[in-house]
Design a protein around this ligand. Sequence first.
Ligand code: NAD
Ligand code: SER
Length: 320
Amino acid sequence: MERILVTGALGQIGSELTAQLRHRYGGENVFATDKRDECPANMVETGPFESVDCLSPAQIKQAVSQYRIDTIYHLAALLSAVAEARPLLAWDVNINGLLNVLEVARVYNCAVFVPSSIGAFGPGTPPDNTPQETIQRPTTVYGISKVAGELLCDYYFTRFSVDTRGLRYPGIISNVTLPGGGTTDYAVEIFYQAIKKKRYTCYLEPDTRLDMMYMPDAIRAAIEIMEADSKKLVHRNAFNLTAMSFTPQELSQEIGKHIPDFVMEYQVDPVRQAIADSWPNKLDDSAARQEWGWSPKYDLSKMTADMLKVLAERVARGEL
Ligand code: NAD
Ligand code: SER
């Protein structure tokens, strides 16, 4: 991993992953791209950035050949709630965008990181300690695209020896870039509202349990799996991953330990509630632990304390 391309680099994960990759491999060696071109100053000041649309094979090919890329972190996608609103676009970006990246990777001999999701599971999946290999019959276009993406990555590895690797991320909680339209976004929004207004109206029911992860763990996982010994990877493209599992009510109670007058209200959005209800409560991530040594560092209490600290600092600096 010496010359890296990141697609979707302006998104929730991409913005922080790009910074960490540049810190680790050198700014000039990490080429950040996104369909959007309105780019924060720190992204252009720390390394190359260009607008690249993953639906354009020519633009991906140009980026990979020009910068002599050997590894692609493919993050460009539409998330679950946005995908339900625009299913055809979601299919196009999540499947054809991925295929374009895999084809260029095949021709230019690149390794590829592709995140899947807890959304790759459905109502028929065992919800507790969801096994690594189990029923995958998702009911959302996002989930269907994620299952197909996992299989495409397997196919490019077995058929063409492209070094594809990936994780089934849970909801990611972060404090730099707001999430891009997923079902788990409440677990980020709640912290911003808790800091600014001491109250939050949640669009999921109080007892909706989902897997979650703090961004530092999510980024470390992406780098660790790409640096892992290929010979030890049995599952390669769709490792179950988790760090914590909680409900909106439990998160509200944890925030209440720091902000005693925090108020949580509920106004359920039936679309996102139905999506959340179709996803597991808690994944079994033992394959990731065994095959490449995965171990999360943040649980609910540690993540909550850090989120509130960082966001309070951002408020004090006038950033929020
Ligand atoms: P995001 O929505 O925050 O960012 C996605 C980025 O992709 C955006 O900046 C968008 O401009 C860009 N994009 C959209 N269409 C594009 C195109 N045609 N060409 C190039 N760029 C395009 O998403 P994220 O949260 O950073 O997620 C990144 C990946 O991780 C996705 O595959 C997502 O499914 C997966 N994932 C995320 C989470 C999470 O909680 N954030 C959880 C599970 C899996
Ligand atoms: N956080 C993502 C979403 O809700 C999970 O893939 O869409």
